[in-house]
Design a protein around this ligand. Structure first.
Ligand SMILES: [Zn+2]
Ligand SMILES: [Zn+2]
Length: 574
C-alpha cells in the first residue's frame, strides 16, 4: 500500500526540517499529514485513481502536499525529499527511530558532538559523553542505550496489519498475471501473529511458472530482487518487507498451504500423528507409501490424520490438536458477530472528525450501538474534555439519540477516563454516574513498579462505575514495552468485579495479547474489542482485533460487544 510510503516520506521531510530548525508550523504540517495518512484505511492510490479530489479531502493535505502525493503516485518518488536527503547525514534519521529521541535531541547531539549515526551515539553513551549536554544526564544515557538495544531487537519485524495490507495489494497484482490459478499468503501472517518477519506467498500455475516469476519481480514497489528462480523468487519491497513467492502444484496446493502456514511446532505434531497411521505429510501432499492420497485442500490434509479443520490462528501446537481430537475446538469469534464499538474518539479530544460524522458513519456500517469515549481532563496532550465540555457533548448525544430513535441504533455516553497514579479516576462520581459505559485507561506514569501499577489498575477495576479497562498493558509494538503489571491479578480482579478488559484493536497496540486473552477466558473474564478509532476509517481495525481474539481462543460469548444493546447494559447491572 502506498500510504506507508507517502507517510514515511512526509515524516522524514518533517524530521529533517525540524533538525534544520525550519519554521515550526511547516515542520508540523508534514508530521501531522504523515500521521493522518498512516492511519487511513483506504489506499490513497486507489482513491486518487477514482477521483484526485478525494486526496484534498484528507485532513492536513493542502495544495502543496497534494501535488507531492501526486508526484509519489506517478513517479514513486518526491524531488523535494530527495534534495533534502542529498544534503543530510542519513544516520541522523536512523537516530530518530530510537524511543525517547526526537529531532531536537538529534540536533543537540549532532551540533555539539558531531555524532552522525546510532553507532557513534552508542559509543558516546558508553563513554559517558552525552551526560554533560544541556537537559541530559546519566539517566538519559542509560535510556538511550536501552532504546538502541530495543531497536536492534525489533527492527526485523513488521506489524501484522501493515504486512496484511501489503500482501493484499501484492496478491491483487499477482492475480493480474494470466498464468496464475490460485494465490494465497501463508506463514505467520496467515496465523495473524501480531508482528511478521517475511511474507510467504504461494501460487499455483495454469501452465508454466516462469511468466509468473517474471511478473512478480516486476512489481512496481520492489526495492531489491534477492532471488529470481523457476519456482521460487524473493524480493524486498521499498517498505523493507521481504516477500518469498513459491509456485506449487495445484493438486497439492492445500498441503503446501498447510506446510507453509505452520507453525513449525504444529506441523511436527501433525507429522507425528500421520506417522502413527503409516502416512507421511509434507509440503507435496499426504503419502501412503509412494502414493499421494490427499493435499488438494487443507481440509483434506487434516482429514487424512483424522482431524477436523483447524483455523490458522490456532495452529501453535498449544492444545489445538488435542481439542480437535476431542471435538472441543472453540467456535471462534468472527467479524460479523460484532454489534458495536465501545472505544471511539472524536475531534472534541484527539480524534479527527466531529461527533455527528463519527456517529453517522458507525450507523451506516450497520452497528447497533457505539460509545463515544473522548479523553478525560488530565490528558492535556490529547485535548481531554473538562466537565463542562463533556456535559455539552452529552447534550449533543441526547439530541442525536432522538434522531436515531427509530433506527435500532444507540449512542452510549462515555469517555476514556484516565486512571490517575493513585488509582482514582479523572472525573468525580457524579459525572461517572451519567455515563452508560466507558473504558478507564492508564496514560501517565508508565514507569511505576509492578506492585504500584497493579494496585493502581485494580483500584480502578473495583470502582463500581468502571465497566472496561482500556489497553491493559499500554504497550506500543516496536516502540514501548508494556508497563510492569501482574496480569493474572488484574484478570482475577476483573472477574471478581465483573469488569471487562479491552482488546484494543489499534495495529500497534493489539493489547491484551493472545496469551492473556486465553488466560482471561479460562478464568471467566469478559473482553471488549475496541478500535480506539480516531477517524472513521479506523473502524476497519476491528478486524485486527478479531484476528487476535481468535488467536486467544475467544468465542462470541466471551466478547461483550457481540451482545445486543439490552444484553450489554444488563450485563453490567451488578
Ligand atoms: Zn488510551
Ligand atoms: Zn483511546
Amino acid at each position: 500500500m502506498i500510504n506507508n510510503k507517502i507517510a514515511d516520506i512526509f515524516q522524514e521531510i518533517g524530521d529533517i526540517l525540524e533538525i534544520q530548525d525550519e519554521n515550526h508550523f511547516r515542520v508540523l504540517s508534514y508530521q501531522r499529514a504523515a500521521q493522518v495518512i498512516r492511519n487511513l484505511a483506504d489506499d490513497i492510490e486507489v482513491a486518487y485513481k477514482k477521483d484526485p479530489k478525494r486526496i484534498l479531502a484528507i485532513r492536513g493535505v493542502g495544495k502543496d502536499l497534494f501535488s507531492m502525493i501526486e508526484e509519489i503516485i506517478k513517479t514513486g518518488d518526491c524531488k523535494m525529499h530527495k534534495d533534502l536527503l542529498s544534503h543530510f547525514h542519513p544516520g541522523l534519521l536512523d537516530m530518530l527511530r530510537l524511543r525517547g529521541i526526537g529531532p531536537k535531541k538529534v540536533k543537540l547531539i549532532y551540533m555539539n558532538l558531531g555524532i552522525k549515526d546510532i553507532k557513534e551515539l552508542e559509543e558516546a553513551a558508553n563513554e559517558g559523553k552525552l551526560r554533560d549536554l544541556p537537559g541530559m544526564g546519566e539517566k538519559t544515557e542509560i535510556s538511550i542505550l536501552q532504546s538502541i538495544k530495543d531497536l536492534k531487537r525489533y527492527s526485523e519485524r513488521t506489524l501484522m496489519p501493515i504486512a496484511l495490507n501489503e500482501a493484499k495489494v501484492l496478491i491483487d497484482y499477482i492475480l493480474g498475471c494470466k498464468e496464475v490459478k490460485k494465490c494465497e499468503y501463508a506463514g505467520s501472517l496467515r496465523r495473524r501473529q501480531e508482528t511478521i518477519g517475511d511474507i510467504d506467498i504461494l501460487v499455483s500455475a495454469k501452465g508454466k511458472a516462469k511468466p509468473i516469476m517474471d511478473h512478480f519481480i516486476k512489481y512496481p514497489h520492489v526495492d531489491e530482487i534477492l532471488a529470481h528462480g523457476p519456482t521460487k523468487s524473493s524480493i524486498v519491497l521499498n517498505t523493507g518487507i521481504q516477500i518469498d513467492l513459491r509456485v506449487v502444484e495445484d493438486e497439492n496446493f492445500g498441503a503446501a498451504l498447510h506446510y507453509f502456514t505452520g507453525s513449525k511446532a504444529h506441523n511436527i505434531a501433525i507429522r507425528d500423528m500421520a506417522k502413527k497411521k503409516g502416512l507421511k505429510v509434507n509440503e507435496y501432499g499426504v503419502f501412503k507409501g509412494e502414493k499421494n492420497i490427499a493435499g488438494k485442500t487443507e481440509e483434506d490434509v487434516f482429514k487424512s490424520v483424522g482431524l477436523p479443520f483447524i483455523i490458522p490462528e490456532l495452529r501453535e501446537n498449544d492444545g489445538e490438536i488435542e481439542a480437535a481430537k476431542k471435538g472441543k475446538l472453540p467456535k471462534s469469534i468472527e467479524l460479523k458477530d460484532i454489534q458495536g464499538d465501545l472505544h471511539m474518539h472524536t475531534n472534541a479530544s484527539d480524534g479527527s472528525q466531529p461527533l455527528e460524522v463519527v456517529i453517522e458513519e458507525a450507523f451506516k456500517s450497520g452497528y447497533k450501538y457505539i460509545a463515544i469515549t473522548d479523553h478525560s481532563k488530565s490528558s492535556h496532550i490529547a485535548n481531554g474534555l473538562d466537565i463542562h465540555r463533556l456535559l455539552t457533548q452529552y447534550k449533543e448525544i441526547d439530541k442525536l439519540n432522538k434522531h436515531y430513535k427509530d433506527k435500532d441504533f444507540k449512542i452510549l455516553k462515555g469517555s476514556e477516563v484516565d486512571i490517575l497514579p493513585d488509582g482514582s479516576l479523572d472525573y468525580p462520581d457524579e459525572i461517572l454516574a451519567q455515563m452508560d459505559i466507558f473504558p478507564a485507561s492508564v496514560h501517565s506514569r508508565f514507569s511505576m513498579s509492578q506492585k504500584e501499577m497493579t494496585e493502581r489498575i485494580i483500584k480502578a477495576i473495583q470502582n463500581p462505575y468502571v465497566k472496561i479497562i482500556g489497553h491493559p498493558t499500554g504497550r506500543l509494538i516496536n516502540k514501548r514495552e508494556p508497563y510492569e503489571v501482574d496480569m493474572e491479578a488484574i484478570i482475577d480482579a476483573a472477574v471478581a468485579c465483573n469488569t471487562a478488559l479491552e482488546l484494543n484493536a489499534q495495529p500497534a497496540r493489539l493489547d491484551l495479547t493472545d496469551k492473556y486473552l486465553r488466560m482471561a477466558k479460562k478464568k471467566g473474564a469478559k473482553i471488549s474489542i475496541g478500535t480506539d478509532s480516531h477517524h472513521s476509517s479506523q473502524r476497519a481495525y476491528m478486524q485486527y482485533g478479531i484476528y487476535i481474539a481468535r488467536r486467544g481462543w475467544l468465542e462470541k460469548n466471551d466478547v461483550i460487544n457481540t451482545y445486543s444493546l439490552t444484553k450489554l447494559l444488563n450485563h453490567f447491572k451488578k
